[in-house]
Design a protein around this ligand. Structure first.
Ligand code: BGC
Length: 440
């Protein structure tokens, strides 16, 4: 049964997370714009279009929604292709736009948590080879330097690169993100360059802003062997956990990138995290399958009776969140939950997902784990990458044609949690009574 007495410490960040390409609209100078214009790349041929029209000014009404629901922090990203439209051109108007947005957050009592790279890249950068280019870290560093100089007045909480593990696997192995490659060697080069870029950015940001706090956000999947008695399932599970969950964050500790059988020495990456940014969505079971050489002989599924989202994209596995948080403690850093959420247009599963996950977070905090914030993905429905508009992650529903927003009941639940800094019996009975007995 739920313990309602636990209260998060004051200063805890309660917020939502978004990213530039997913909410701004009209980002025509990046690789996602090019990608969505290639037939067959995005589900149902969807396009980001106006997205949530934040570039057109609707950030104001959405930030009002966040503030009215007692959120005191918001994670958003800067669109590199806007502020640096060409290698030697800076767009001061774009910086002004971000200055307005960041000061708009502050005026509403919301601390900005700013990501510098969230999946999208400028077209010119991709034409130079993108993250495969050995100069990518220096090119990124130039953008980081200018951006921090321009925006440091508004925040000191930075995330250099969002989910480099998802970026490298989706763009260079699975092929679902641009540039759509299936090349493990290229993926390894990209991983190496992203870590070098992160390390450079970490030092640049600290030099420009000594009080800054800098990290990455890592996507963590709670992997388990499907058949715990079968050693090959365990072996493949460990390979997956190593490659997807551990490779980046371990390199930031010891300076050696280990990815399956590949190795790279990146000594400058040692000690370049001030917090561990954890993005958790689900748990997966892995079985050995000799026919899946391209996927390292693994086949991934959800538990047989899992509580699945519409379309079966995410399983509601709160125990996996507890495990993920415990995994994160190995780095000895404060933890920020930088993303957690589920897609559900009719909002039937989200209230219990939120309650069960926040319950596991509070359970971990009660055990003494230093978690400093929770950012729900997401504030308003937004453009879901290769899944287009087919998936809805928002606390608010968005009609992306009319730009109308409609509050889901999960928004009221999250408001109550942010306002009270706790989870109560009343909230569970009002929003998800079906999980009372599952809260342990
Ligand atoms: C990404 C978000 C995305 C979310 C839901 C995360 O991996 O960082 O950009 O919208 O998953 O798919």
């Amino acid at each position: 049964m739920i313990q309602s007495s636990f209260q998060v410490p004051s200063g805890f960040y309660w917020g939502t997370a978004t990213s530039s390409q997913q909410v701004e609209g009209n980002n025509t100078n990046n690789n996602w714009w090019q990608w969505e214009n290639e037939p067959g790349r995005i589900k149902q041929g969807h396009k980001a279009g106006l997205a949530c029209d934040w570039w057109g000014g609707r950030w104001r009404e959405d930030f009002d929604r966040a503030a009215d629901s007692y959120q005191n922090a918001h994670r958003l990203s800067i669109e590199w292709s806007r502020v640096q439209p060409k290698p030697d051109i800076w767009d001061e108007q774009a910086f002004d736009h971000y200055r307005q947005m960041l000061s708009g957050l502050r005026q509403r009592g919301i601390t900005p948590f700013v990501t510098l790279h969230h999946f999208s890249d400028p077209l010119w950068f991709m034409e130079m080879g993108g993250w495969e280019n050995t100069d990518a870290p220096q090119i990124f560093a130039k953008y980081v330097t200018k951006t921090i100089e321009s925006l440091k007045e508004y925040t000191s909480l930075w995330c250099t690169i969002n989910e480099p593990n998802v970026y490298t696997s989706f763009a260079y192995v699975v092929g679902a993100f641009p540039p759509g490659k299936h090349d493990i060697n290229a993926a390894f080069r990209v991983m190496t360059n992203m870590i070098r870029a992160h390390a450079l950015a970490y030092h640049i940001i600290h030099n420009l802003q000594p009080e800054s706090r800098v990290g990455i956000a890592i996507h963590h999947i709670d992997f388990h062997p499907l058949r715990s008695w079968f050693p090959l399932d365990t072996l493949v599970t460990n390979i997956y956990a190593g490659a997807i969950n551990n490779a980046f964050t371990n390199t930031l500790v010891d300076g050696t990138l280990r990815f399956v059988v590949m190795r790279a020495s990146i000594p400058e990456a040692r000690g370049t995290q001030d917090y561990l940014g954890l993005n958790y969505y689900t748990r997966e079971y892995v079985r050995f399958n000799p026919a899946k050489a391209g996927e390292l002989f693994g086949e991934r599924t959800f538990a047989r009776n899992a509580d699945l989202s519409d379309g079966g994209f995410t399983a509601n596995e709160p125990d996996g969140f507890y495990n993920a948080i415990h995994w994160a403690t190995r780095y000895g850093l404060p933890i920020i939950i930088a993303e957690n959420g589920i897609e559900c247009a009719d909002d039937h599963i989200r209230p219990r997902y939120i309650i069960q996950h926040i319950h596991q977070m509070m359970r971990s905090m009660q055990e003494g784990i230093p978690i400093q914030g929770y950012f729900h993905w997401s504030l308003v429905d937004n453009f879901e990458w290769e899944r287009g508009w087919t998936q809805r992650f928002g606390l608010w529903e968005l009609d992306n044609i009319t730009q109308e927003r409609r509050k889901r009941k999960s928004a009221d639940l999250f408001t109550a949690i942010c306002k009270n800094g706790t989870l109560t019996h009343e909230m569970v009975s009002q929003f998800a009574p079906e999980v009372f007995n599952l809260l342990k």
